[in-house]
Design a protein around this ligand. Structure first.
Ligand code: NAP
Length: 360
């Protein structure tokens, strides 16, 4: 364990109100041995008890916690000079909220650790954000402070803040990054991924309404989804001079939690699947969460956990990898807590050794 003998609780503040990721952060942080939620921002639910928005979280220590207006959250940074801040608010809104809080923290002499789960922290170049999301970035001067990666692909501690790459991207880059890092596959890859309905957040829309979504399956934004360039950018970090070309087709699936990805690539040399499985498991030997085998994994193996399971099949030079994660855990709240653990010099897996639900 890297953590020091100082086992005092570490205060953390959440932006994200009554959203799904915010709820999942609360569920996981309840079990965390060091982090304690001291504040949660929501203008929409300000003053209301958190457990009234998340009935499944009552009776586990959160019953007194109330949503606070964003403006009021600044007081926490004056009280605790070294706290954690998770941002689980929508892209486009998050950067300016974080900037306001960070300015207040800086004036108080505080140095919070920040993990952004929205897309606002994923771009070091604000123009690149604007090109992909069609909006000006809310705090362009902060972009360079964020390191965006899955924690398994970044050695050490980010110099300032961390950004969680998002659920589809996490499920896609975990299998592919080691192959790119070792130059084992060609640069063009095709990714087909199916997400559960919780990936769309809490506000219902015509496309996410239960009668539309239940027992149904459809693709959306084929070859035009904004996560496509985000995947390519993260894969490009695997090796100097690497220029991945990603074709991505997301699907809406008839389940609530999880992402199942099918990834096709071309190996540079024919190789037995067992060798690729060994390469992946060696690459992730230090990770508590990523595991490969020659068996295709199923969503139920990972739902409720911070794990990613990868299946590998090879014929000649064609490789097909399937990967499964829980979008709300490894793809969001769990991955973000993994980053926050690292920023506070705790082991990555602190509070994240979660048993799966198995049947859900
Ligand atoms: N869902 C996933 O699987 C997933 C995975 C990875 C990353 N993410 C990212 O995580 C973030 C949260 O996702 P989510 O699924 O939890 O979304 P969500 O369920 O829609 O929740 C977002 C919450 O943010 C608050 N909010 C909405 N608009 C706001 C604004 N303009 N300013 C401040 N707060 C605002 C609302 O809280 P109140 O109702 O309390 O006001 C809302 O419930 C997003 O950036 C998303 O892209 C989501």
């Amino acid at each position: 364990m890297k953590s020091s003998a100082d086992a005092r609780p570490i205060p953390v503040v959440l932006l994200g109100g009554a959203g799904y990721v915010s709820g999942e952060l609360l569920r996981l942080l309840c079990l965390h041995p060091r982090f304690r939620v001291v504040g949660i921002g929501s203008d929409g639910h300000a003053g209301q008890r958190v457990v009234d928005a998340f009935h499944h979280l009552s009776g586990i220590g959160l019953d007194q916690l109330r949503f606070e207006p964003f403006e009021g959250l600044g007081r926490h940074f004056e009280k605790d000079l070294h706290l954690g801040l998770f941002a689980a608010t929508p892209h486009g809104a998050t950067a300016s909220l974080l900037d306001t809080l960070l300015l207040r923290a800086e004036r108080a002499g505080a140095r919070p650790h920040v993990v952004d789960l929205s897309a606002d922290g994923r771009f070091t170049d604000p123009e690149a954000f604007a090109a992909v999301y069609g909006l000006p970035h809310g705090a362009p001067h902060r972009c360079a402070s964020f390191t965006c990666a899955v924690p398994e692909h970044y050695r050490g501690v980010p110099p300032a803040f961390a950004a969680q790459p998002g659920c589809f991207t996490t499920a896609a880059v975990l299998p592919l990054f080691p192959l790119f890092a070792m130059n084992l596959c060609e640069e063009g890859v095709f990714i087909c991924a199916v997400t559960g309905s919780s990936g769309s957040g809490r506000t219902p829309t015509a496309k996410t309404h239960h009668p539309e979504r239940h027992a149904n399956l459809s693709a959306y934004s084929p070859l035009a989804h904004r996560h496509e360039p985000e995947m390519a950018r993260l894969l490009a970090a695997a090796r100097p001079d690497c220029a991945p070309s990603v074709e991505f087709v997301p699907h809406s699936g008839p389940f609530v939690r999880g992402i199942h990805s099918t990834i096709r690539a071309t190996l540079r040399e024919p190789s037995p699947a067992s060798r690729i499985v060994a390469v992946l498991n060696e690459f992730y030997a230090a990770s508590a969460f990523v595991e490969a085998s020659s068996e295709p994994p199923a969503l139920h193996e990972v739902v409720g956990t911070n794990r990613c399971r990868i299946g590998v099949a090879v014929r000649g030079r064609t490789i097909v990898m399937t990967s499964v994660i829980d979008n709300l855990v490894k793809g969001a709240a769990g991955g973000a807590i993994q980053w926050m653990n690292r920023l506070f010099a705790l082991d990555d897996d602190t509070g994240l050794r979660l048993p799966g639900l198995g049947f859900c």
